[in-house]
Ligand binder design. Structure first.
Ligand SMILES: Nc1ncnc2c1ncn2[C@@H]1O[C@H](COP(=O)(O)OP(=O)(O)OP(=O)(O)O)[C@@H](O)[C@H]1O
Length: 365
């Protein structure tokens, strides 16, 4: 139904070059170069205060960059007013008009633009179907649940068919279950409409599930841009490794010069194999990152990482063992639960730990 109006491949392409934003003497955004592709579900992810909202507000036009260019489909839009940009925003609090009906809310922008009544009605019907609220057009906003209001907010933002939809933590007011449903729903809407979505969240799990690509920000700077798989499995530095999912960090020194598979002597003297994406000199101090799911418990043996179990946390699908290694460093081992009543070592037990060398990475710094 929407295919006739589907944007073309290069529609909704955003290029940020040298973008920065200062508030007085405070620099909220350092210097950002970033390409967001047309038809992409792109997520800005980072802790509170890292500059996500400021970046989104510059895309929307609510904030003017202190420096740099914002190109949309090759055209500089950095100094255009919000309503002159083919960009719409869905806010955290929906910002719906409570005194208008669902249909009037969805058709609002079209009416303001003086579109003919028949066109508005047709688009509103299409949008209601798209967000699965068929037949609800006549209801008042106050008669809807939180999740339904969120759908109306989405439909209203999509109705003028913007090239880009900005979403600022749009799911944070919803309870956990509804939030999961809306994540799937948003992803479907993005694929169905072909509109570029730029999504802001501080929730790493949400970012990993929904995005085509993710930009991880901290302190107003980009740390890494990549697919969820790249960000999760190949974090470039300690910040990204620590922020995305749970990660064990271990300090050590390179035993022999090399790249690719490298031997690292850990604190405490045990040697393990890890992946390096650049040549490293012998003796160089490095940090290793390994996910709990890429470690396993073993019988303690000489020359192997060993430690004591401090705590066991059961999660249904898996169990987390919190250990203190003999070197004093903490480490979490995740073990998938099986239905066969496996014997698990108890708290206080001394155990060995193995690391999957393919999944143990040497970080940049
Ligand atoms: N108008 C402003 N004047 C001064 N400082 C501001 C202004 N807007 C934002 N900042 C500062 O810029 C930094 C980035 O804020 P921003 O709202 O972009 O962060 P965020 O990553 O979206 O955080 P959150 O997840 O908490 O919303 C913060 O330190 C904030 O205090």
């Amino acid at each position: 139904m929407l295919d006739t109006t589907r944007p073309s491949e290069d529609d909704g392409t955003i290029t940020l070059s040298g973008i920065g934003k200062s508030f007085g003497s405070f620099t909220a955004i350092e210097h950002i170069d970033l390409d967001i592709r047309g038809n992409e579900f792109f997520t800005l992810l980072g802790p509170s205060g890292c500059g996500k909202t400021t970046l989104l507000r510059m895309l929307a036009g609510f904030e003017t960059p202190s420096r740099g260019e914002i190109l949309l489909n090759g055209r500089d839009i950095a100094r255009l007013a919000p309503n002159q940009r083919p960009i719409n925003t869905v806010f955290q609090n929906y910002a719906l008009f409570p005194h208008l009906s669902v249909a009037e809310n969805i058709g609002f922008a079209l009416k303001m633009r003086g579109k003919p009544r028949s066109e508005i009605e047709r688009t509103v019907e299409e949008m209601l179907a798209l967000v699965q609220l068929d037949g609800r057009g006549g209801q008042l906003i106050t008669q809807l649940s939180g999740g339904q209001q969120q759908r109306v907010a989405l439909a209203r933002a999509l109705a003028p068919r913007p090239a880009v939809l900005l979403l600022d933590e749009p799911l944070s007011a919803l309870d956990q279950k509804l939030r999961k449903n809306m994540q799937i729903e948003l992803k479907r809407l993005q694929k169905e409409t072909g509109i570029t979505f730029v999504f802001v969240t501080h929730d790493q799990e949400e970012a990993l599930t929904m995005s085509d690509r993710i930009a991880v920000l901290s302190n107003g700077a980009l740390r890494q841009v990549g697919t969820p798989h790249e960000i999760y499995n190949h974090p470039v530095d300690r910040f990204v490794a620590d922020f995305i999912g749970e990660t064990n960090l271990l300090e050590g020194r390179v035993v022999h010069e090399g790249a690719g598979r490298v031997e690292v002597a850990l604190e405490g003297g045990v040697t393990v194999t890890a992946q390096a994406d650049r040549p490293l000199a012998a003796g160089r101090a490095v940090t290793l990152a390994v996910r709990p799911e890429n470690t396993a418990l073993a019988d303690p043996a000489p020359g192997q990482l060993c430690g004591k179990i401090d705590q066991i946390v059961y999660f249904g699908t898996d169990t987390h063992f919190h250990l203190t290694l003999d070197s004093g460093v903490p480490l979490v081992v995740r073990r998938q639960n099986r239905a066969d009543g496996q014997m698990l070592p108890p708290v206080g037990a001394r155990v060995g730990v193995t690391l999957e060398s393919e999944a143990t990475r040497i970080l940049k710094d």
